[in-house]
Write a protein that binds this ligand. Structure first.
Ligand SMILES: [Fe+2]
Ligand SMILES: [Fe+2]
Length: 282
């Protein structure tokens, strides 16, 4: 029997907070009366974030005619919703890179980004309305792994290295060693960060999308497909075959045959290839 959410929180203790600037940016973006000027002021209080945003605005992804030199220009170029993604991505990156698991942190982050990009690409191909939401949910789907790495550096680090060497399945080992898994930890963290419910639910159910609440089921399925594609491309830790069940459930939810999925493969790979610049921008 897995432990209850309350026992989980007791086991984990304090969770890493959402950085303050990120919380402010989310609040401004959610407020229809807010202005680009307010957003610019908040972002400019965090130099690292401001320069990250400028880099992304000037990256190959946007291929602007003219160089974007100020945060205000970047806001105008990228729009509120992309700025929100960038800010959340930067918070996620800091967290993914914080554990003491070792060399594997970079891989966890690249996996999150590749899942987000591939999931969004599937969403566009399948005409899912909220593609930016897929990107965010993809970025956050495995965030529970970083929290476990931060909280239990020795035991979790050893476990990740075992999986990295091709032995064992992540969820099984987590449940066996800790009594809970990264999907439950991810949900708890994202709830404490107060992001959208759908993002929490995707983190919780990405390994069993059919169990996701109906309103988040398609989103979770798309992230599951992104997750599969990332591992297929060897971006991440674990064997691609370990995702057979979630992928099969995702196809069922999205009403796709394996052949139809295969038809989209090339297009998604192309997007991944094109968006690769993002991997280095961050
Ligand atoms: Fe996962
Ligand atoms: Fe994953």
């Amino acid at each position: 029997m897995p432990i209850t959410p309350q026992e989980l929180i007791t086991n984990l203790g304090d969770l890493p907070p959402l950085p303050q600037v990120a919380a402010q940016v989310l609040r401004i973006v959610a407020d229809p009366d807010s202005t680009a000027d307010e957003l610019q002021r908040v972002i400019s209080t965090d130099q690292a974030l401001a320069s990250q945003i400028l880099k992304i605005a000037n990256s190959a992804m946007f291929a602007m005619m003219r160089e974007v030199k100020t945060v205000t220009q970047a806001i105008m170029t990228l729009g509120f919703s992309t700025i929100k993604s960038v800010v959340i991505a930067s918070s996620a990156k800091n967290l993914y890179s914080r554990g003491s698991v070792g060399l594997q942190e970079r891989l966890l982050w690249e996996h999150a980004l590749a899942t987000a990009m591939a999931g969004r690409a599937y969403g566009k191909l399948l005409r899912f309305p909220q593609t930016e939401e897929i990107f965010l949910a993809g970025l956050m789907h495995d965030i529970g792994k970083s929290v476990m790495g931060i909280k239990f550096p020795d035991r979790y680090g050893a476990m990740i290295r075992t999986i990295y060497n091709g032995q064992g399945d992540c969820l099984d080992m987590e449940l066996e060693i800790f009594g809970f898994d990264h999907s439950m930890v991810g949900e708890a963290l994202l709830r404490s960060w107060n992001l959208a419910r759908s993002i929490e639910q995707t983190a919780r159910w990405h390994h069993e999308p059919l169990d996701a609440p109906p309103e988040s089921r398609s989103l979770t399925a798309l992230v599951a497909l992104g997750n599969q594609m990332a591992l297929n491309q060897k971006i991440g830790i674990g064997r691609p075959e370990s995702l057979a069940l979630p992928t099969q459930q995702a196809l069922e939810i999205l009403n796709l045959t394996p052949e139809q999925l295969e038809d989209h493969r090339e297009a998604v790979l192309q997007v991944l290839e094109m968006d690769k610049s993002l991997l280095t921008e961050f």
